[in-house]
Design a protein around this ligand. Structure first.
Ligand SMILES: Nc1nc2c(c(=O)[nH]1)N[C@H]1C(S)=C(S)[C@@H](COP(=O)(O)OP(=O)(O)OC[C@H]3O[C@@H](n4cnc5c(N)ncnc54)[C@H](O)[C@@H]3O)O[C@H]1N2
Ligand code: MOO
Length: 401
């Protein structure tokens, strides 16, 4: 077994295994969850016309000389109307929110500020400043303006920005194609099947698949393979010629059936990662084979999820063009921590809350590598470099989920 890698060095090595991303241009309507590979540029001025922001009367502010100024109402216009209207001094046009402001008008007096006197006349009972309730052309943004930078993930809010500014297509990172291979004789894939003695349900693939899909990856294959060298080798070789990333779980430590590192070596993979000086999650294998980057993670659910979040997910996000960090945030520990002396980086599951603008971290939950229940409440991982830490200590933090 090769020398273990330091925690920080392992992150650099993992990122070095990141697959070069490909680009594709797709319709905006298909771009949900995708990551921009080029800037998004406004195609139109927004609004494209001076727009009424209130229901009321379009007029010239300079015509409102005092309380009860009377204006002649010469017509009406509503949102969506294409016709060109115009007013002169002393005139007003009834208008709805969203309608183009008629030429010659510079302001809207909202309905509440007007009294209708007679059939075609209003009195304006409130002072009007020029520009009142009118959104000028390009007030939201101008044609040609950069709206979003490359590397931005297109969520609903950002897609709304793109659509508002008339963007029909976007150039995005092609989704990395991922295969998940779960290994273990004891594993049952289908939760509908009752367990026999010695069996457990394979569960971590659910976390991996969900996280990857939300990042914009295509998880095209999830399979459970027995602890059998030939079966594992076959599954790895088949996946390594089809996918950008192959993620394995289980079979990476020292047991009689932990075949994965040996199989990868026999297939010709150079294991640039094998063990990381961290707990949990020490056995983490990284290599290249055929067209794939392969990560083999621990079977222990907590170890697996931690390895995925801290090493594998950032590496795949790099392919998508994201700026990646292992611990993008920090938090303050709520209580003291006293642990056995150990020269490893410890990763704790924690629940963070924001109090008075500060992130406070509660690590009071089961931390054993095999215990999964803590993930029901944990919303982040924190890094501990010391064995004894006082309350209020600032620790590196990564939100998970
Ligand atoms: N003699 C040694 N034993 C172990 C070492 C070591 O260095 N020397 N390392 C320990 C550490 S640290 C870890 S972490 C685990 C890693 O184990 P494996 O990756 O080989 O995983 P398995 O043995 O296959 O499984 C461990 C545990 O997790 C359960 N499991 C497996 N897959 C899943 C899944 N998809 N969903 C839910 N649970 C899963 C499995 O049944 C086992 O209980 O090794 C230590 N041992
Ligand atoms: O990495 Mo293991 O999870 O420490 O037990």
């Amino acid at each position: 077994m090769s020398k273990p890698t330091s925690f920080d060095q392992a992150f650099t090595i993992a990122l070095g295994l990141s697959v070069q991303g490909r680009l594709e241009t797709i319709p905006l309507s298909e771009a949900k969850n995708r990551t921009l590979a080029e800037e998004a540029i406004a195609q139109i001025d927004l609004p494209p016309f001076p727009r009424a922001m209130m229901d009321g009367f379009a007029l010239r502010a300079e015509n409102i000389k005092g309380p009860n100024t009377k204006l002649k109402v010469i017509g009406k216009t509503a949102a969506g109307d294409g016709h060109k209207l115009r007013i002169e001094d002393g005139q007003a046009i009834r208008i709805t929110t969203g309608a183009p402001v008629p030429e010659g008008a510079d302001s809207i007096a909202r309905l509440e500020w007007c009294r209708e006197s007679g059939d075609r006349e209003i009195r304006v009972i409130h002072p009007i400043v020029a520009g009142e309730s009118v959104q000028p052309v390009a007030n939201d943004g101008m044609r040609g303006q950069v709206l979003l930078n490359s590397g931005t993930k297109l969520n609903g809010a950002r897609l709304t920005v793109c659509k508002s500014f008339g963007i029909r297509e976007v150039t995005v990172a092609a989704p990395p194609r991922v295969a998940i291979i779960v290994t273990g004789n004891e594993l049952v894939a289908d939760v509908g099947i009752p367990l026999k003695t010695g069996q457990i349900y394979a569960s971590t693939d659910v976390y991996l698949e969900d996280a990857l899909e939300r990042d914009g990856c295509l998880v095209e294959s999830v399979q459970v393979v027995q602890d059998d060298k030939t079966a594992i080798a076959t599954a790895i070789v088949e996946a390594s010629v089809r996918f950008d990333y192959v993620l394995l779980t289980g079979g990476v430590s020292a047991g009689d059936f932990d075949f994965v590192p040996g199989v990868l070596r026999e297939l010709g993979g150079e294991l640039v990662l094998e063990r990381v000086l961290m707990r949990p999650g020490a056995p983490l294998v990284g290599t290249r084979l055929n067209q794939s980057t392969i990560f083999a993670m621990s079977g222990n659910p907590a170890a697996c999820l931690i390895q995925f979040e801290l090493f594998v997910r950032p590496t795949i996000r790099k392919t998508l063009g994201w700026e990646v960090q292992q611990f993008p945030d920090t938090g303050k520990l709520q209580t003291a921590i006293r642990l056995k002396p150990m020269k490893l980086v410890r990763i704790l599951r924690a629940k963070a809350v924001i109090r008075h603008g500060e992130v406070w971290v509660d690590t009071g939950m089961a931390q054993s590598p095999g215990v999964v229940s803590g993930f029901a409440i944990a919303n982040c991982l924190v890094r501990l470099d010391e064995n004894e830490v006082e309350p209020g200590t600032v620790v590196p933090l990564r939100w998970i989920g």
